[in-house]
Design a protein around this ligand. Structure first.
Ligand code: PGA
Length: 240
């Protein structure tokens, strides 16, 4: 693992976006994936600015979202789809060659799962996978105890995720499941970038980086990835 300690959230966001851009320059026709949420917000904005300023060309690059709450569509507040739309896709003055944003409200969620696998098979494997880390060590919605051999799947959400994530949609929505790229697809990415900020992530980041590799801390699997960057601010990196 390459550990990159940044002085604050802004530097973490910039460094992560730069690593993504470097990889796209090496392989302009690759497939990339970003998570949704508070952690990646700054990185996604920096990345969109880089595209708009002509610093990185995404005209041959494909994009796929990482995960979604089952039951939420791309128009619903708190959805990863809306995050992608508002913070990335609508900001881009030069679009990706193609995008696939998971629809958690699809009537046939099993077909949605298959469509996610199909998109990654068609344009992948992932060139760059950017990930956040949950308070329970999850990656996307690969929750504690997840089977590391799975591709895209639908998974019950953990207690921790349900508690922490109500920040995104309050009491309006009570999700029970997530749909997510699987660990197998994440581990097949040529480059993985795990981003984390804030003192509340220090303990779980330490377990992910220095603890045993176990599906009880899904992010620990990244210790086995040949090219994984951990880009964290000083607060999150305090125990590394
Ligand atoms: P956060 O979530 O960005 O809301 O901290 C990270 C995650 O659960 O992956």
């Amino acid at each position: 693992m390459h550990i990159v300690v940044c002085k604050d959230y802004e530097e973490m966001s910039r460094r992560a976006a730069e690593i993504v851009a470097e990889q796209i320059k090496k392989r302009p026709d690759g497939l990339i994936s970003f998570p949704g949420g508070d952690t990646p917000l700054g990185m996604v904005h920096v990345f969109a600015d880089m595209v708009n300023e002509g610093k990185v060309d995404i005209s041959r690059t494909h994009y796929v979202s990482l995960d979604e709450w089952v039951g939420l569509s791309n128009e619903d507040e708190g959805s990863c789809g809306l995050f992608n739309q508002q913070n990335l896709l609508s900001r881009l003055q030069h679009p990706f060659a193609g995008t696939h944003i998971i629809n958690g409200a699809a009537e046939d969620i099993e077909s949605e799962r298959v469509a996610l696998n199909d998109y990654i098979s068609q344009y992948g494997p992932l060139d760059v996978s950017v990930l956040g880390i949950g308070m329970n060590g999850h990656l996307g919605f690969n929750e504690n105890g997840v089977d590391f051999d799975l591709d895209a799947h639908i998974i019950p959400l953990s207690e921790t995720t349900l508690k922490v994530m109500t920040k995104y949609f309050g009491e309006k929505f009570h999700p029970t499941h997530g749909i997510s790229q699987g660990i197998r697809q994440i581990m097949a990415a040529k480059t993985v970038i795990l981003i984390a900020n804030g003192a509340h992530k220090a303990e779980i980041l330490k377990k992910a980086v220095h603890g045993p590799v176990t599906n009880e801390v899904p992010a620990s699997v990244l210790q086995n990835h040949p090219n994984c960057y951990v880009v964290a601010d000083e607060a999150a990196a305090a125990l590394l």
